[in-house]
Design a binder for this molecule. Structure first.
Ligand code: SAM
Length: 568
C-alpha cells in the first residue's frame, strides 16, 4: 500500500510566489532614538512599513537563524470588517497567506527559537495542521489558552471567552533547555508561609510520594508522634531511604501542625527557581481584551484606539518565557506595535512589520513615547522602564526591474548605483559591504569571494586589470551592463554576468502587494466555478501600482541605469 501524506488541501495551495528579495530603504524622518545612551540601551530595532511577505524575504539573508522569538497575531479571518484592515479573508487565501509567511519566518529562528501565534477557536484547527505541515509535528510545544474576557459573553449560544497562543519550536528539546521559568508573583508567594518561624524563611510542604511501586522506596517513616507511615496504595516515597534520612536531618519534613499528618517535604521560597510555564493563561495573570483597549485608548485617544490590540502583559508573558535581554523578537503583523513596545521595555531587540497606515499613525508615536519614557501604561512600572534606545524606520524598495516603453525589463529608474549593488548582493547571496579601498568590492560571500556591480560595459583590458588585482587566491563575481566576451574564459578568478539578463528568471518582478486582498478574487457561483477560482488563484494576481511614498531617491524622469537592455 502506498503511503499518503496527511495534509490539508485548499484552493491555490500549489501556487507559490516567486519573491523578489527587496532591499530596505530607511526613512530617516520616521526613525527615532533617545537623546542619551546608557549601557544596555538598544538602538538597532527595525520597523518596516510594507507587506510582510516581501519584508521578511528582505530580512532573510541578514537574519537567517538569528531570531529567538517570533510572535504573530494575524487577522483571524472572522469576516467582520474593521476600520483598519480587512479581516474577512477567504479561507484558502488566508491559509496561503499564512503558509507563505510562516515558511520564511521559520527559517529566521535560532536553533532554540520559537514561534508563537495568536488565534481564535475558529481557525485554530487549520492553523495547527498548517504549522504541523510547515514545522513538523515534532516541533509542536504547546497550545496556551488565554482567558481574554473576565465577564460572560451572553450573546452567543456558548460564550467565547478565550483565544489560543500556539507555540512551535525549531527544536523543542533545545527550546526546553533555554526557555525561562516564570517568576513567582505576590499571589504565588502567598502560598509560602512560616508557621514554625523557620529561620530559612517562608516554605511550602509538598507531597513526598510518586506513582507506582519501587521496592527501594517503600521503607517505613516514623512520625513525631511515634506512628509509622508507609506510602499509600499504588505509590512509593519520592526518594531512597538514605536521601530521606538526610532531608529529615536537615529539618525538611512536615507532619502537620499536630505531628500526626502524613510525611511531606519542605520547599523554601528562597530555593524556588521559578514556575514551569503552563498552558492556562488566566486574565488576572496576563490581561484581557478590555485592558488592551484601555491601554490603546490611553496611548492614542479613544477615537483613534486600535480595535484589536493585545494587552502588554500577554506579550510580556511570551517574551519572559522565550527570550532574554538582547535576544531578537519579531512580529510581522505588528498592528499597533504592542510587541515592539513590550520588547523595548524588556530590553529585547525587535523587528516589526506593518502594512497599514497605522504603522505611521500608531506605531511610530507609541514607540516614541516608550523611548522618551513618556508611556506610563502597560508593563512600564512592572519592569521599571524609564525610556531609552531607538529604532530605524524602513520601507521596501520598489521592484528592481520595470518595463520600458518597448515592454523590455530594465533596471528601475528608482535605483541608484548603491541600491543596485545592494540588490544584486541579495540576489546572489552576498553580504552587502562596500569597500572604500577597492572599487570592485561591493560585498562578500566568504573571506575570499567578492561581488562587483557596475553599470558600465567592461572592456577586455578593464577585465584583465580587475583580474590581476583580485589575484589567484580570491574570486570575484562581476555584474555589469555588458562586457567584451572574447577570451574572457582566460580570467579564471572572474565570473561575469550581465544585468538584468542574469536575474530575469529568478523571481517575479513589479509585484508590491502580497497581502492577497479578497476584493481582487472572483466570486465562486457568480459565473465562476471552483476550478476557475483555483486557476485564478494560481495565476498572477493583478499588479497594483507601486507605492512611492517618501522615497527621496526616486525621480520619475531621471534616466534608468540601463535604459534599453543591451547585448554585448
Ligand atoms: C490583529 S492585528 C495585530 C494587533 C497587534 N497584536 C497589536 O497588539 O496591536 C493584525 C495586523 O496585521 C496587519 N497585516 C495584515 N496583513 C498584513 C501584511 N500582509 N503585511 C503586514 N501587515 C499585515 C494588519 O494591518 C493588522 O494591523
Amino acid at each position: 500500500m502506498s503511503k499518503t501524506k496527511l495534509e490539508l488541501t485548499w484552493i491555490g495551495k500549489e501556487h507559490r510566489p516567486r519573491l523578489e528579495p527587496r532591499i530596505l530603504i530607511e526613512d530617516e524622518h520616521l526613525s527615532y532614538h533617545a537623546v542619551f545612551r546608557r549601557e544596555a540601551d538598544i538602538f538597532d530595532n527595525i520597523l518596516i512599513n510594507g507587506d510582510n511577505l516581501l519584508a521578511i524575504k528582505a530580512l532573510e539573508s541578514s537574519f537567517r537563524g538569528s531570531v529567538k522569538c517570533i510572535y504573530i497575531d494575524p487577522p483571524y479571518n472572522t469576516g467582520s470588517a474593521f476600520g483598519f484592515y480587512e479581516d474577512g479573508i477567504e479561507h484558502s487565501v488566508w491559509l496561503s497567506l499564512l503558509r507563505d509567511r510562516i515558511e520564511i519566518l521559520a527559517s529566521l529562528l535560532t536553533d532554540d527559537g520559537s514561534i508563537w501565534v495568536s488565534i481564535d477557536d475558529r481557525e485554530m484547527p487549520y492553523l495547527r495542521i498548517l504549522l504541523d505541515e510547515i514545522m513538523g509535528r515534532k516541533s509542536f510545544v504547546a497550545q496556551n489558552v488565554w482567558q481574554k474576557r473576565y465577564s460572560r459573553d451572553n450573546t452567543s449560544a456558548i460564550g467565547d471567552v478565550h483565544e489560543y497562543i500556539v507555540v512551535y519550536a525549531k527544536d523543542p528539546e533545545q527550546f526546553k533547555l533555554s526557555r525561562n521559568r516564570l517568576k513567582l508573583d505576590a499571589k504565588n508567594e502567598k502560598s509560602y508561609t512560616n508557621p514554625n518561624n523557620d529561620p530559612r524563611g517562608p516554605w511550602q510542604s509538598i507531597s513526598f510520594t510518586g506513582e507506582g511501586f519501587r521496592a527501594n522506596m517503600m521503607y517505613p517513616i516514623e512520625g513525631p508522634d511515634g506512628s509509622i507511615h508507609y506510602p499509600p496504595e499504588g505509590r512509593h516515597w519520592a526518594t531512597v531511604e538514605p536521601e530521606y534520612r538526610r532531608l529529615r536531618q536537615e529539618g525538611r519534613f512536615w507532619f502537620g501542625k499536630d505531628g500526626k499528618g502524613v510525611p511531606r517535604t519542605i520547599r523554601f521560597l528562597s530555593e524556588v527557581e521559578g514556575l514551569i510555564p503552563w498552558t492556562w493563561w488566566p486574565h488576572d495573570d496576563v490581561g484581557h481584551t478590555d485592558e488592551a483597549k484601555k491601554e490603546s485608548g490611553v496611548l492614542f485617544g479613544r477615537d483613534k484606539a486600535f480595535p484589536t490590540p493585545k494587552p502588554e502583559r500577554l506579550i510580556r508573558r511570551v517574551l519572559e518565557i522565550a527570550t532574554n535581554p538582547g535576544d531578537i523578537v519579531l512580529d510581522s503583523f505588528a498592528g499597533s506595535g504592542t510587541t515592539g513596545a513590550v520588547a523595548q521595555k524588556m530590553r529585547r531587540k525587535w523587528i516589526m512589520v506593518e502594512l497599514g497606515d497605522h504603522c505611521e499613525s500608531h506605531i511610530v508615536p507609541r514607540l516614541k513615547k516608550v523611548i522618551d519614557g513618556d508611556d506610563q501604561g502597560g508593563i512600564t512600572k512592572a519592569v521599571d522602564w524609564k525610556g531609552g534606545g531607538g529604532y530605524r524606520y524602513f520601507r521596501l524598495a520598489p521592484s528592481l526591474l520595470e518595463k520600458d516603453q518597448f515592454g523590455q525589463w530594465v533596471i528601475s529608474k528608482a535605483y541608484n548605483p548603491a541600491m543596485l549593488a545592494e540588490a544584486m548582493c541579495k540576489h546572489f547571496g552576498f553580504a552587502y559591504a562596500p569597500s572604500t579601498e577597492h572599487y570592485w568590492r561591493h560585498g562578500h560571500s566568504s573571506e575570499t569571494d567578492f561581488i562587483y556591480v557596475t553599470t558600465n560595459s567592461l572592456t577586455h583590458d578593464q577585465l584583465r586589470a580587475i583580474s590581476s588585482e583580485v589575484g589567484e587566491a580570491r574570486s570575484l563575481l562581476i555584474c555589469c551592463k555588458a562586457f567584451q566576451s572574447a577570451r574572457v574564459d582566460g580570467f579564471t578568478n572572474l565570473t561575469i554576468r550581465k544585468i538584468p539578463g542574469a536575474i530575469l528568471d529568478r523571481c517575479e518582478w513589479g509585484k508590491d502587494d502580497y497581502s492577497l486582498k479578497i476584493e481582487a478574487l472572483p466570486f465562486v457561483g457568480d459565473g465562476v466555478g471552483e476550478e476557475e477560482a483555483a486557476e485564478f488563484e494560481a495565476a498572477e494576481a493583478p499588479v497594483p501600482e507601486p507605492k512611492r511614498r517618501g522615497r527621496p531617491r526616486i525621480t520619475d524622469n531621471s534616466p534608468s541605469l540601463f535604459d534599453v537592455e543591451d547585448e554585448a
